[in-house]
Design a binder for this molecule. Structure first.
Ligand SMILES: [Zn+2]
Ligand SMILES: [Zn+2]
Length: 151
């Protein structure tokens, strides 16, 4: 079984408490950077906060309906790089999910700033699968061996 997320541990994997990491964004505070917004959106996917996902999606690309019932179970997030300009930003990340086996989504996301707030615009995504070995570190990011963790 995957370790449960404790209230202290933000789902975005920052190893900071949710209350000081993504929760303020979810409660309406503007994200301080494209990466902070991306992290808070990942957490919102984990926590099923569809209203937040829509509110942080730029109006030019925002979907009419967002249904997360078919969404995979996200287990971890890795931010590979991020880059912030005055009006635009980019974040390259990889998010792991579990749906029977392990899969990942890697995305180069684009963000824009409008009225002091960052919005997600779009991204180039790539998907793949992972086959962790029993003695490799667990893809969930726990730091334990796969066979002693989520196997
Ligand atoms: Zn967070
Ligand atoms: Zn694990």
């Amino acid at each position: 079984m995957a370790p449960e997320i404790t209230p202290d541990d933000c789902p975005c994997g920052s190893r900071q408490p949710y209350s000081t990491c993504c929760e303020p964004c979810h409660q309406g505070k503007p994200a301080s950077s494209p990466e902070a917004l991306m992290r808070s959106r990942y957490s919102a996917f984990v926590l099923n906060l569809t209203d937040y996902l829509k509110a942080t999606w730029h109006t030019s690309t925002r979907p009419q309906d967002l249904d997360l019932t078919e969404a995979p179970k996200w287990v971890s997030l890795q931010v590979l790089s991020s880059d912030e300009g005055v009006h635009e930003g980019r974040v390259h990340f990889r998010a792991l999910y579990r749906a029977g086996g392990w899969g990942y989504l890697e995305e180069n996301s684009r963000f824009v700033r409008d009225d002091e707030r960052w919005y997600y615009v779009s991204g180039d995504t790539r998907e793949g699968t992972l086959k962790p070995g029993r003695n490799e570190s667990c893809p969930c990011g726990s730091g334990r061996k796969y066979k002693a963790c989520c196997l």
